[in-house]
Design a protein around this ligand. Structure first.
Ligand code: N5F
Length: 400
């Protein structure tokens, strides 16, 4: 029949389009009584719903026609000006608003990756970036990490071996490992990237979610101090306001931003006008926005501590983890033989879930790793969910 014949009609590039593991698990976890640690879902109890209602009403009252009309592809100018004012050396012409940083990843892939282009990524890296880049058929170069992030020796060897189109780096509370790259490593990385004239795509989704100490300078800022032009910076309001608004931005060299703007014209014309105006209304009040982010930081630090206690109590001793100093995730490593995909099946039987680690590795490794998110779990859910997970792991490791 005609419907079935679509199976033969798909473009060749769709061979590289697979379901997102996170999105697929998300669907699973809507069953009652299910406790999921899978999606990096920001704490819904912290969404500023009343303030968003008031601001939306005000915008519709005072600028309704503009808010509901088509608008420019580049994005709402006052918001671009606000973003540029916080990025060293940036003007609004360096800023493109995108519908979630996920769209930023897709558009950057679309304008930079040819079939066979080498794209350098961390091992592990954010699986959503791999999903965005895959249809453009890159050849990934996976580079190992130590406690601080990318190992620069391995990185230089890879850059020396063959030309790389760009490197995708998450220096601040890396997804999924939670790692934080220190200042010296950041400086050395930026210098290395300039030496090999290989642009860095810096994905800074979790920059504001630090628990202690001061935020470190972005790779973009460090590169700007050396003359600029070699870092593309991605950030989003998904973790500080609400992911459902889909408002994020790319800051980068003007020729690239212009190309992304043209690509976006062909993708969705522009990001939602009302949402951009709403985000601007919220962030322009620095006192409120700063307090909002403080609330989020304190909540995640508390939930992170609860999960750490539960891990110590319920995990077998041969399960290792990295204690994050910000962000949303614990990254667990099990004994080499344990397959976390198999573990997920047993965990789901116990009505709990996490993200198996293998989809975060471009080189197919990482079977024995898993990612847990604490950002939207209560103390009881963390306690109960980790007990369930502990039982599943003990059974798999063949212990009572
Ligand atoms: C490093 C990094 N870059 C981009 C994104 C996408 O965020 P946007 O909401 O598109 O701005 C994210 C969001 N990742 C979350 C949310 C995924 C949400 C989902 O697929 O349901 C996660 O890893 O669970 C990220 O961690």
């Amino acid at each position: 029949n005609l419907e079935a014949s679509f199976e033969d009609r798909f473009a060749a590039r769709t061979q590289r389009i697979q379901a997102s593991t996170i999105r697929e698990i998300l669907k699973l976890t809507t069953q009652p009584g299910f406790i999921s640690f899978a999606g990096g879902l920001p704490a819904a109890d912290l969404f500023p719903i009343d303030r968003i209602g008031e601001a939306t009403q005000r915008i519709l009252r005072e600028q309704g026609a503009q808010a509901l009309q088509y608008s420019t592809t580049e994005g709402y100018l006052p918001l671009r000006e606000w973003i540029a004012s916080r990025v060293p050396g940036a003007t609004p012409e360096n800023v493109q608003i995108v519908s979630g940083s996920q769209q930023g990843l897709d558009l950057i892939g679309k304008v930079l990756i040819d079939p066979g282009s080498r794209v350098l990524v961390e091992a592990p890296t954010y699986l959503g970036a791999l999903s965005a880049f895959n249809p453009y058929e890159p050849e990934y170069v996976s580079v190992s990490m130590d406690d601080e992030g990318l190992e620069l020796g391995a990185l230089e060897a890879a850059l020396k071996a063959r030309p790389v189109k760009f490197m995708y780096v998450l220096p601040t509370f890396q997804n999924p490992s939670g790692r934080l790259m220190g200042l010296e490593r950041r400086r050395a990385l930026v210098e290395l990237a300039r030496k090999y004239q290989t642009p860095i795509l810096e994905d800074d989704a979790y920059a504001e979610l630090y628990f202690d100490g001061k935020p470190l300078p972005t790779l973009y800022a460090l590169d700007h101090a050396l003359g600029g032009g070699n870092v593309i910076y991605l950030s989003t309001t998904s973790k500080t306001l609400a992911p459902g608004l889909r408002v994020a931005w790319v800051v980068g060299p003007r020729p690239l931003i212009q190309k992304i703007t043209f690509a976006k014209q062909g993708a969705d014309l522009h990001s939602p006008t009302l949402n951009q105006m709403l985000v601007y209304e919220l962030v322009r009040d620095g006192a409120w926005y700063g307090a909002q982010i403080d609330r989020i930081r304190q909540t995640y630090q508390t939930r992170c501590h609860w999960m750490l206690e539960a891990l110590q109590q319920y995990m077998p001793e041969d399960i290792g983890w990295i204690v994050p100093r910000g962000g949303m995730f614990f990254w667990l490593t099990a004994p080499a033989g344990l397959d976390s995909l198999e573990l997920l099946k047993r965990a789901v039987e116990e009505k709990t879930a996490f993200v198996p680690g293998q989809p975060f590795f471009a080189d197919g490794s990482g079977k024995n790793t898993l990612r847990l998110s604490y950002s939207s779990a209560s103390r009881e859910q963390i306690e109960e969910g980790l007990q369930r997970l502990g039982r599943a792991i003990h059974r798999m490791l063949g212990r009572a």
